[in-house]
Design a protein. Structure first.
Length: 282
């Protein structure tokens, strides 16, 4: 009897959010109860929206669940395409049988910026597969990957200011590279057994530590990219003021790309079914 009551107490809402982002999919991107698509509106014209089905006991609980799930999925999408997406929940429509309620404007204001590209149907399928993988990987993280993802999201949110975006991307790379400090020291001692601790510290440059992490994580052909990123970090002293006109957008793009690759491969490294193969490469 109580089970029946629990089932009937669950209500269902469809939450809709306005989306602002880099790419627009040519066809709906569907991941579980989440759908990202364009819709035609006679009054507002073409809109980019995300919809999510949520079950909860009341609207307040449903709203909290919706915000959490929208944030989780868009975080995975951003890691997959390495571009920024923002959403604003606009309404929640209840579709529970015999109930029809709606609450407007449940979101928050965000910064608007234009779309840059369109994902063709084949790219949408690839994005769905990669996003589903990222969501699975996000189920098992550690403090390094969590903080690195946080840095990556900060960098993505600063995409219109490349110089400011570069530093959080670089911090994400440095953080995960530091996770393999012990492996780096072991590799150095294998080559030069009689090194003193202070000598090892001097050899542990950012470039060497990053290349060491990339090797462990199975990232190949990144030497030139790492050289450029470290040289940019040192040349511009990103943490301090420099002439903005000297800084090229490509520097931030390369740093973002490497940060995304390192984060994803590190998250794969953490999975039980992948860690052994990575250890084998190491």
């Amino acid at each position: 009897m109580s089970n029946s009551k629990d089932m009937t107490s669950q209500r269902t809402w469809i939450f809709e959010a306005e989306v602002k982002g880099y790419y627009v999919p040519a066809k709906p991107l569907v991941i579980g109860d989440f759908e990202l698509k364009t819709v035609e509106d006679k009054e507002k014209g073409t809109r980019f929206v995300a919809q999510l089905s949520v079950k909860a006991k009341d609207l307040h609980s449903a709203g909290e669940l919706a915000r959490q799930e929208f944030s989780r999925v868009f975080k995975a999408i951003m890691l997959s395409v390495q571009r920024e997406y923002e959403f604003e929940i606009r309404n929640a429509t209840e579709i529970t049988p015999d109930r029809q309620f709606e609450q407007e404007h449940m979101g928050y204001e965000t910064i608007t910026f234009p779309f840059v590209g369109v994902l063709n149907p084949e790219d949408v399928d690839q994005l769905r597969d990669k996003t589903e993988e990222v969501l699975r990987l996000m189920g098992k993280t550690d403090s390094f990957s969590q903080k690195a993802i946080e840095y990556f999201m900060i960098g993505a949110s600063l995409s219109r200011w490349p110089q400011e975006a570069f530093l959080p991307f670089f911090k994400a790379i440095e953080l995960i590279s530091g996770r393999f400090r012990r492996e780096f020291e072991t590799a150095i001692k294998t080559q030069i057994p009689d090194l003193e601790p202070d000598e090892i510290s001097r050899l542990a440059t950012s470039k060497r530590k990053i290349l060491n992490a990339c090797k462990i994580l199975g990232l190949e052909n990144v030497n030139e990219k790492v050289n450029t990123i470290v040289r940019t970090r040192n040349r511009f002293d990103i943490a301090h003021a420099t002439l903005e006109r000297e800084f090229k957008k490509e520097y931030a793009d390369e740093c973002r790309e490497l940060a995304g690759e390192i984060i994803l491969n590190y998250m794969r490294f953490l999975q039980d079914d992948c860690s052994e193969s990575f250890k084998g490469k190491h």
